[in-house]
Design a protein around this ligand. Structure first.
Ligand code: ADP
Ligand code: MG
Length: 789
């Protein structure tokens, strides 16, 4: 049993460009704990001038200041917990703090850089690495991803759903069995056999999480997300199974309702969040109190889910995320206060072991049989029934093994059954009689090679020598034949490898469609997503998106939007990086192939050397040939060297592969986000337009400024300067959450005065399309103009 208090860490988020730092200091020296001191000027708004400052001091296991990087956070906070989980204990890491303080960044990671990946992907990588190294046990790993929003649970890993709202995901409910164990109905446990599969699942969940979020329900800040890694292990043949789970929890924002200043629907949400965080706090207070028998886990879904993983039987760790700019100082203080209460709880983690019932039955059956046998022997009650044919055969086998065993200490164990014991004696007696009377057949079978020399007969020796010579010749012929066949096979394999290892394996598994960005619709067909050969349901959501269904006007507006979107730089950067990594991995793959064939060649040389020496030994036997061969030794050393470099390169290759995978997933996510942002923006534009149709000068015309026409023409020559009509989209807007518009007939005239009129089509949907686009473009231009000034 491991006993210790919950570890509580603090992480300070780097200040934004326009943020002003509050006054704080970090002191690392004090008796292993770090302390954080926050100074707040006395509230001047109260009406009296008071220059006295107030300071608050909080202790943490360690405080990670603004510049702390993700790898350091993982090494110090998550790695020790992951180690415990691998050893069979439960673990929980939860991030607590106000919205925007870096909880998601810490738990999942940033969406831009590979180096920004957070605790979840790093932990997965670490756990699978460790499992691979340990061959003494059989491990099984599963993951689950639960989102709790307004006291309802949703399964983020549901592969069938193409959710566009949170409510589309399967609802998870809590069930309690008669032993008061909690079961989560409808939460899928997906098996992940390697890091790649687990990462795909994480991204599937994250994408579901992102898609389900709308501006009205900023679910990520108002819901709790629990990513759980379940590990079970068993030693081969053992009946004991160890199960452990690691919860990585991204809690809802801890900000107070008063501050958010919301009402209506949002207030209900805020109440729920605060309520569930309040219940979490209550559970934590109860856990911290000694002799408290009732812990109010049942009050909220989250505390019920984490019931066996918060304090008590678990290694629990909390990360308090702090946004230390002036405006957020009071929230940071309340986060620290909560952390101090959490730090009082003691954990008593115990190993989660249970017995595999099937193996247990086998063991118990054997034990029962042994006991029965023993009982009969002791009570003197002999069994009179005949031994079955099967039992006799088993005994014969046992006797044979016993006789063949050279170990003088070996025993013949047939249990306490007198019938069996008697049978063994009789059988042995028969064998002995047989061996003395017959032509020593049995003995000669067991005579070892060294005893050969004891055969004195010269005639026999000559015969044997002849036979040996004959066999040697046969062997030589066979070896030559084998060599030829092997070479053929190797050549074929090498050719296959050369064409497949680099191109197929790499390009298939890492396929990146870097050039796939010309056509606007292909931007979201996300070919890469289909190319992944992984067995995991890979982001099925991506293909759900509009695909080719966007109208032309909408597509063009999207192109403009994309160009101006802040994330486009990230996508470009990542693309460049991906290209670079892809080239690197390709080059490495080629090198690996070279080394592999070099090793094969060296092995071939050794075989040749063997054959030569064997042939030489047959034609002119001499002592030397049996001795150490320096040439062979040198070849072996060369092979070892090559193997070493192969291993190093292979590890790098594997690392690059993971990085490429990760980058691709990040890019997919950013692209999805961009499209979502666009959809939201587009629908808002359309709505604004309907509300404020002031730009329309007559029922059928719209006023557009000349510089704007120019940019429109520059932007597109076919859809605005010529007459084109695209059939309206059949898919009703809103049905799949993607807004679609038809492309209208539209003619531009050469501007004659300061403003130009564009005739509208009369089709309200089409007109909305034109107007929305025009306004969108105008806004972007205005914004740009402002920025340039
Ligand atoms: P939360 O989940 O607490 O609401 P986020 O993790 O979404 O907050 O963080 C808000 C923003 O701040 C994100 O854009 C994130 O990338 C950025 N951020 C948070 N922590 C860090 C950090 N330690 N370093 C760099 N950027 C950070
Ligand atoms: Mg978040």
């Amino acid at each position: 049993m491991v006993k210790e208090t919950i570890r509580v860490y603090a992480r300070v988020k780097p200040l934004g460009r326009r943020q002003q730092a509050g006054s704080y200091s970090v002191d690392d020296e004090e008796d292993l704990l770090s302390s954080l001191e926050i100074t707040v000027p006395r509230d001047l708004a109260d009406g009296f001038v008071n220059n006295k400052r107030e300071t608050y001091k909080f202790k943490f296991q360690k405080i990670f200041d603004q510049e702390a990087k993700q790898d350091v956070i993982f090494d110090s906070i998550a790695k020790p917990v992951a180690e415990c989980v691998l050893a069979g204990y439960n673990g929980t890491i939860f991030a607590y703090g106000q919205t925007g303080s870096g909880k998601t960044f810490t738990i999942t990671g940033g969406a831009e850089r590979y180096s920004d990946r957070g605790i979840i992907p790093r932990t997965l990588s670490y756990i699978f690495d460790q499992l691979q190294k340990d061959s003494s046990k059989v491990y099984t790993t599963h993951v689950s991803y639960l989102e709790i929003y307004n006291e309802c649970g949703y399964d983020l890993l549901d592969p069938r759903h193409e959710a566009s709202r949170l409510e589309d995901l399967p609802k998870v409910t809590i069930m309690e069995d008669s032993d008061q164990n909690i079961h989560l109905k409808n939460l899928s446990l997906q098996q992940a056999t390697n890091e790649e599969e687990a990462l795909n699942l994480l991204f599937l969940g994250d994408t579901n999480r992102m898609i389900a979020e709308t501006p009205m329900n900023q679910a990520s800040s108002r819901s709790h997300c629990i990513f759980t890694i379940h590990v079970s292990s068993k030693e081969p043949g053992s009946a004991t199974i160890r199960r452990s789970k690691l919860h990585l929890v991204d809690l809802a924002g801890s900000e107070r309702v008063a501050k958010t200043g919301v009402g209506g629907h949002l207030l209900t949400e805020a109440k729920y969040i605060n309520l569930s965080l309040h219940y979490l706090e209550q559970v934590i207070i109860a856990l911290a109190e000694k002799n408290r028998s009732h812990i109010p886990y049942r009050n909220s879904m989250m505390t019920s889910v984490l019931r066996d993983s918060l304090g008590g039987n678990c290694m629990t760790t909390m990360i308090a995320t702090l946004s230390i700019d002036k405006r957020n100082i009071d929230e940071s203080i309340s986060t620290c206060r909560f952390a101090q209460r959490v730090a009082l709880i003691k954990n008593e983690a115990v190993l989660n072991e249970e017995i595999d019932p099937r193996l247990m039955i086998v063991q118990l059956k054997k034990e029962i049989q042994d006991l029965k046998d023993e009982l009969e022997l002791v009570t003197g009650k002999q069994r009179t029934s005949e031994l079955s044919q099967e039992e006799l055969l088993q005994l014969d086998e046992l006797i044979e093994t016993f006789l063949k065993d050279n170990d003088p200490d070996s025993t013949l164990d047939v249990g306490a059954d007198m019938r069996k014991i008697k049978y063994c004696f009789i059988h042995m007696k028969q064998l002995m009689n047989h061996s003395t009377t017959s032509d020593k057949k049995l003995l000669s079978q067991n005579i070892s090679e060294e005893e050969d020399t004891n055969i004195e007969s010269g005639e026999e020796l000559e015969k044997l020598k002849d036979l040996l010579q004959q066999r040697d010749n046969e062997i030589n012929i066979l070896v030559n034949m084998l060599k030829k066949e092997k070479k053929k096979a190797q050549d074929a394999l090498f050719q296959l490898n050369a064409s497949s290892t680099c191109s197929t394996v790499l390009e298939q598994s890492l396929s990146i469609n870097l050039e796939d960005r010309q056509s606007p619709s292909s931007c979201f067909s996300l070919k890469g997503a289909k190319d992944f050969s992984s067995s995991v349901h890979r982001l099925p959501l991506l293909s759900r998106q509009t695909g080719g269904k966007m109208s032309l006007g909408c597509q063009e507006a999207f192109e403009v939007f994309k160009r101006d979107h802040a994330d486009s730089i990230t996508i470009e950067d990542n693309k460049q990086l991906l290209k670079q990594r892809f080239a690197e991995v390709k080059c490495l793959g080629e090198k690996l192939n070279e080394v592999r064939s070099k090793i094969n060649r060296l092995k071939g040389e050794i075989t040749q050397r063997h054959i030569q020496r064997a042939a030489l030994a047959v034609s002119s036997p001499s002592e030397e040939l049996n001795m150490f061969d320096p040439v062979e030794e040198k070849l072996r050393m060369q092979i070892e060297e090559e193997k070493k470099s192969y291993k190093t390169m292979f590890n790098r290759f594997k690392g690059l592969k993971v990085e490429i995978e990760h980058l691709q997933l990040l890019m997919e996510k950013v692209k999805m986000k961009m499209q979502k942002d666009f959809e939201v923006w587009w629908s808002e534009e359309a709505k604004n337009l309907q509300e404020k149709p002031e730009m329309v000068t007559s029922p059928n015309t719209v006023t557009v400024y000349p510089q704007f026409i120019k940019s429109l023409q520059h932007l597109s020559t076919n859809s605005f300067s010529e007459t084109t009509r695209v059939s309206p989209n059949e898919d009703p807007a809103g049905k799949n959450n993607s807004i679609t518009f038809s492309n209208p007939t539209l003619k531009t005239r050469t501007p004659q005065s300061s403003s130009t009129s564009i005739p509208l089509t009369g089709d309200s949907q089409a007109d909305a399309d034109i107007l929305a686009f025009i306004r969108a473009r105008q806004r972007i231009l205005q914004k740009k103009g402002l920025e340039n000034k």
